[in-house]
Design a protein around this ligand. Structure first.
Ligand SMILES: [Mg+2]
Length: 198
């Protein structure tokens, strides 16, 4: 019996979801735009308080795998702990929204002193909605930070949040991941074209 990757089921769900949500995704003029990040950076640690304030951001929704650490790694990437402390001291609200399991996310979030939502089903926006309630903020006051266009960026754009795509901390080796990365190419090129003023 063929075992389909769970990402396939997410994709099917998203297609259905987009049909209903595209018309009301405020500020995003087309389906294509829903897949394009607002900002691309190398690492979460490149995000500064001043930068976030310039966008009116008050809270951050953070992905775990390949954003704060590598897949399955219980230890945050170098500089992440210090960066989180700086963000907390600057008054930003922080929470993790991960598609990974409770068993994976809970100990990691506890170690970082962060609240969390596991099995977030990004790009569906349930986790983002919970984060809005948790922060007491409107979506446009929250930035989503993650390494994947089809989960983190699409989910954040659907919710009307600022979306920040980071470079994955490590390359993935599964065939499905590699396909997904190839499919991300056109959206990254669109971002680069827009940034170049074309
Ligand atoms: Mg990730």
């Amino acid at each position: 019996m063929i075992e389909y990757p769970k990402g396939l089921w997410y994709t099917i769900l998203v297609v259905c979801y987009l049909q209903n949500r595209t018309a009301c995704a405020g500020g995003k003029e087309s389906i294509m735009a829903l897949f394009v990040p607002d900002i691309m950076i190398t690492s979460v640690t490149d995000i500064t308080a001043d930068f976030l304030r310039s966008y009116g951001i008050k809270g951050l929704v953070l992905d775990v795998d390949n954003t704060l650490t590598t897949h399955g790694n219980p230890t945050p990437a170098p500089g992440v702990l210090e960066w989180l402390d700086g963000m907390k001291q600057a008054g930003f609200q922080l929470t993790i929204v991960s598609n990974n399991t409770h068993q994976r996310v809970e100990p990691f979030a506890n170690m970082l002193g962060l609240s969390f939502i596991s099995m977030g089903c990004k790009p569906l926006t349930f986790g983002m909605t919970k984060a809005c309630k948790r922060f007491g903020c409107r979506p446009k006051e929250i930035a989503v930070v993650g390494d994947q266009i089809f989960t983190d960026i699409l989910g954040g754009n659907l919710k009307g949040m600022l979306t920040i795509l980071v470079t994955p901390l490590a390359p993935e080796h599964g065939r499905f991941f590699q396909l997904k990365r190839r499919l991300e190419g056109p959206f990254i090129r669109k971002y680069q074209k827009r940034k170049g003023g074309s």
